[in-house]
Design a protein around this ligand. Sequence first.
Ligand SMILES: Nc1ncnc2c1ncn2[C@@H]1O[C@H](COP(=O)(O)OP(=O)(O)O)[C@@H](O)[C@H]1O
Ligand SMILES: [Mg+2]
Length: 394
Amino acid sequence: MRIIIYTGKGGVGKTSVSAATARRLAAKGYRTLAMSTDAAHSLSDSLDVNIGGSVKTIEKNLDALEIDIIYEMETRWKDIEEYVKMFMVSQGMEELSAKEMAILPGMELIAALFHVLDYEKRGTYDVIVVDTAPTAETLRLLSFPDVSQWYMTRLYGLFKKLIGLARFTIGRFLDFPLPSASVLKSLEDMNVKMGEVRNILQDPTRTTIRMVVNPERMVINETKRAYSYICLYGMTVECLIVNRMLPDGAGTGFFAEKLEEQKKYMEMIHHAFDPMKMFFAYLIPTEMMGSEKLDEMAAMMFGDSDPGVIYATESPMRFYTEGEHHFISLKLPFAAKGDIELYRTHDTSLIVQVGSHKRNIELPLVLKDSELMGAEMKDETLKIKFRRKEKDVQ
Ligand SMILES: Nc1ncnc2c1ncn2[C@@H]1O[C@H](COP(=O)(O)OP(=O)(O)O)[C@@H](O)[C@H]1O
Ligand SMILES: [Mg+2]
């Protein structure tokens, strides 16, 4: 099973491109799921069918799902929901309903990731096409497995310790309820699952990102930043879809001017992203909705070709050893040197921060306790240097 995640700024055409791709994949014989993680779902509108929170078959080989977080909370996370409720009440806060908890940020992302895992295990689909919320939200999706695992491992350890103590000593004095064994088990399961999700997301033969852009300055700038952050999170950007292009000879006056401007922006796009594989879709006079229009879009983008092909599989992160040093190289396109910071935490992880985005990189065992010597930025790649431990150097 492979996962194709479309990202991009709001309104660039992610939902349309996702729906068009999913339809084409289904037509090519892939068992396909189009899944929306954007709380403001518009996949239903795009496909012109009412989808909803459970999987709906649209046509042969094509299913669709719009993650409904309230439904997910009620069906999947009973234990955790109960605990959070209990916790809130013990803190003198009003009890939260599933509905209210559902507005906690990131919830539909976790739900989506767990769906992906289920389908992977069951082998239900050949391809899952993920239609996401605008960039910032999606970056959270990508960072989630790292971040949550980091927290969960520590939280879980703390709970376990507290529970060991509390039963005999301080139980009555704790001013919050300790999670029950079943909640603890749920947390542990969630943690294990997140680890599995991370392995899927960071494996470029299984998961790739496709960025959708428009020939407009602000959109291009956001896409460049997103590219850098996606690499930071260890995921592979596979291709770029340039949507909403004005067709050549679009007319006179206003449109002629727009077309001139577009030329400039197309140059910017090529300058920034060549030699990445690119696909192009023109602005059509009507809205991109319903099967006919979506198939027209798929034809503009892919011609007759198969969009299930993986266009690039280069992982942005690599570990290697040279002489007395170990290195981690991390591709960070468009990241300025001054925006990058590195922190070594006391345990086996390294935090790389680019602007406001942080990634917690779990270091391979050989790097545990090896001295971090520094880092340099060259050819858009951050090269982090560690001294090999004496005993490892022959
Ligand atoms: N190539 C196109 N030509 C005409 N309309 C388009 C095109 N691509 C997208 N649209 C329209 O633009 C709007 C935003 O597209 P959508 O796919 O919902 O973007 P996003 O999911 O990125 O917010 C929708 O009304 C859609 O029908
Ligand atoms: Mg959308």
